[in-house]
Structure formats: structure tokens, C-alpha cells
Design a protein around this ligand. Sequence first.
Ligand code: NDP
Length: 266
Amino acid sequence: MSSWKLGPVSEFNVLGFPVKHSWSPLLHNAALKALGRSETYGALEVPPEELSEALDWLKEEGMIGVNLTVPHKECGFQLANTADAVSRKLRAINTLRLQDKTAINTDVPGFQDSLDILGVNPTGRSLVLGAGGAAKAVIYALNESGWQIDLWNRTQERAQTLRAELGVELKLVQKFQAKNYTLIVNCTSSSILDQDLPIDWTDVSKETLAYDLMYGIHPSSFMIAARSAGANATDGREMLIAQAARSLAWWLDCEVPIQVMRDGLP
Ligand code: NDP
């Protein structure tokens, strides 16, 4: 039997493969408790080929909603009955209501919220590193907020495909200097893999924010390199909090205590 069916199941869950690293249960359970709710939020490791079965099973069990993380966001979109405009544009979802299989994508507004919280305004150029699912959401959000965007990806063809899919004005770059950007968003998996990126940090200043989407207890090598060279740096926790807050508010149709969620993290 699939391991996701074995334990007691929560009303809300994040589904990923792997999923152990996720801080979503911490955030959501802190908020649910503060709201005086009886529901809980868990994490289920679901292999890609079992996503459809897992969603049907959770629905039959009477559960309420799921967040989808890597690698389920695109497949989740295909399985949803209806999805909001952002999800349709990205062909990816991260939030699903199980009973009617209605979906939204809170990664895009969540990233925009995080820039507001961090006090980052669209001045100067932004550079996105990576061309996977997270980069797509970030580029969509930056474009909506009026940023000029450069894109670097290890595999050039993937960057070209992303530009064609999104239809956004993007300059593809192969070499770059960090000092030319107000905002550099690391949307690669390099930090998870603990691998360095080919970034020239020469003459960078505090005017540049190096924003790593990865989150964790320790700063990533990308953040450490940026700070050592004189830039500002942050990890992905504010985006994580903001997209989670938007998901929970949508499921429960109420305001959620964002500071409680933030305080729930290590
Ligand atoms: P994908 O697998 O879709 O994309 C991975 C990207 O990383 C590709 O562009 C790939 O390049 C690149 N890459 C992988 N390894 C390296 C390397 N060693 N050097 C350079 N580039 C590399 O992943 P996602 O887009 O879904 O996620 C990316 C990151 O964003 C993860 O760290 C994830 O945790 C984080 N994230 C954080 C969120 C938050 O709320 N804070 C939300 C969503 C994601 P190539 O095309 O060449 O293979």
C-alpha cells in the first residue's frame, strides 16, 4: 500500500516528492491553532504517478485542501476542474480545494507580496536565475509589477522555451555582472544541491538584493557569496509565508494571522 495512505490524515496537506523538507505544516498549523480551528495540516510524500489517486482518496476521506509542490504543480493543473487566470497562464497550480477540484496559484501573488514586505520597488533591472517552475511564477510576477527582466539559465534552450511560453519581454543573458541589477532572484535548485552559480559579484553594493527562493535554517552559498561581496541577501521564507497565507485565507474564507505564521518558522 502507498505510504501516503498509512497514517492519520489531516484536513489540509502539502503533497510533494520529496516533501520532508517542507515548512508548510509549521506555518499552517500555527495559523490554524491561532484561529481556534480544529483542522490540522500535514505533509504527504506522493510519487508523481500516484497524484491523481491521492487527490481522489483525500476527497473521499472528506479532506478540504492541498498545496502542491515539486513535481506536482503542472500535473495538478491538468487534474483541476477549474483554475484561476494565473494558473491558466502558467499551466501550474499550488492550491486545490478537493471537493470541487477548484484551483488557484498563490506563488505569483505570494512572490509579489514578499517584495512589498521586503520593501523592494521596481527600479532598475532584475535578473532571474533559472527557468523551471519557480522561475516562471517569478517572471510572471515581476512582469506584472513592471520590472525589466533579464534571464539566465544553465540550459539556454529552456530559457528560450520559457520566454516563448510566457510571451513576456525578457532579455536572455549568458554572462552577467551582479552590480548591474537591483534584484537578483535565484530560482535554481543550486542551493538545495549545495552547488555554486557562475556569478560575478565584483563591485556589487547594498543597492542589490540577492533573493534566494530556497529557505532553510542556514544561509545558502548564494546568499553568503552575495553578502561577502557587499550586497543584501534574503532567503525564500517571505514568499513561502505569503503564498501559504493566501492559500489558507482562500480555503477558510477568512483573514489569517501572518505574523503568527512567520513566528512559527525556525
Ligand atoms: P525546477 O526543477 O522546475 O527547476 C530547477 C532550475 O534549477 C532549472 O532552471 C535548472 O537549470 C536549475 N539548476 C539546477 N541545478 C543547477 C545548478 N547546479 N546550477 C545552475 N542551475 C541549476 O525547480 P523549481 O523551479 O520548482 O524550484 C527551484 C527552487 O525554488 C527550489 O530551490 C525551490 O525550493 C524554490 N522554491 C521556493 C518557493 C518558496 O515559496 N520560497 C516556491 C517555489 C520554489 P537547467 O534548466 O539547466 O536544468
